[in-house]
Design a protein around this ligand. Structure first.
Ligand code: G
Ligand code: G
Ligand code: MN
Ligand code: NA
Length: 250
């Protein structure tokens, strides 16, 4: 309850901010994009992580407004990055209940002037559980705008492999739990290999999350992952640090 009040005030007082974590080419480690990750600059508690407030925002009806704020901020920030660098924004499954979602995406692209191809929207498997006809329709309309769709945290949910055939994903992000024990754990290697193989069949690109060591990065490149993300390259950082990071990782 107190948190809910705080979240309402946070919107009014403009206390949310975005940090960005790079997505790099698995072979060259060139920066290809950044994932936007929300934080709440709480007046007393300091920076609050999304794990502490997103689910509350979802249950109290504030996720729509917070989600629109995130999308707009991310698109405005990305405008000032080099022209090929993309921005990835997480969408809550609850945002798909909003009939205006697709129109909101279109309007933000128009306002920001960001090329639609530079925007990726990340959704989790749980979005596909409820009213999948309506979700599918929204996803197709978002794709028709030219925006890319990524399946986040792949392998942690109710993953049905048939989703890959039925839903219009451009990218799969392999959850970090399958990256953690690379390169030695043979089960993890087998899972990565299977996901890469199947994705290739459907023309879907693969990003591995939670890459922390150069051994993991090397193994994932060997397994033909397309992109890598993780602390090895950078923690999530404020937008102001992006030009320097692009210079350093180049
Ligand atoms: O930033 P952190 O590393 O703690 O992110 C934890 C999780 O919070 C991420 O996996 C992501 O799914 C979620 N998250 C981060 N930013 C947003 C956001 O803007 N909207 C939604 N819905 N989820 C987010
Ligand atoms: O959207 P998603 O839930 O995947 O958000 C990414 C989350 O993973 C963020 O909370 C981010 O801080 C975290 N993260 C990013 N890179 C790493 C990493 O290399 N190791 C670990 N343990 N967590 C990471
Ligand atoms: Mn994500
Ligand atoms: Na993820």
């Amino acid at each position: 309850r107190a948190l809910e009040m705080g979240l309402r005030q946070a919107l009014v007082r403009d206390e949310f901010l975005l940090h960005y974590q790079p997505l790099v080419d698995a072979r060259t480690h060139e920066i290809l994009g950044f994932e936007a990750l929300i934080r709440w600059a709480h007046p007393e508690r300091g920076l609050v992580a999304p794990s502490e407030f997103i689910s509350i925002a979802e249950s109290c009806g504030l996720i729509g407004e917070i989600g629109r704020w995130t999308l707009r901020r991310a698109c405005l920030d990305a405008r000032s990055w080099p022209g090929q660098v993309k921005v990835a924004v997480n969408l809550s499954p609850v945002q798909f209940k909003d009939r205006q979602l697709v129109e909101a995406v279109r309007a933000v692209l128009e306002e920001s002037g960001l090329a639609p191809e530079r925007l990726e929207l990340e959704i989790t498997e749980s979005v596909l559980l409820h009213d999948s006809e309506a979700v599918l329709s929204s996803l197709h309309r978002i794709k028709a705008l030219g925006v890319q769709i990524s399946m986040d945290d792949f392998g942690t949910g109710y993953s049905s492999l048939s989703y890959l055939r039925s839903f219009p994903f451009d990218k799969i992000k392999i959850d970090r739990s399958f990256v953690r024990d690379l390169p030695h754990d043979t089960n993890s290697v087998a899972i990565v290999r299977a996901v890469v193989g199947l994705s290739g069949t459907f023309g879907i690109s693969v990003t591995a999350e939670g890459v922390e060591t150069s051994e993991q990065a090397r193994q994932l490149a060997l397994e033909d992952c397309d992109q890598l993300q993780g602390y090895l390259f950078s923690r999530p950082i404020p937008a102001a640090g992006i030009p320097e990071l692009i210079g350093r990782l180049a």
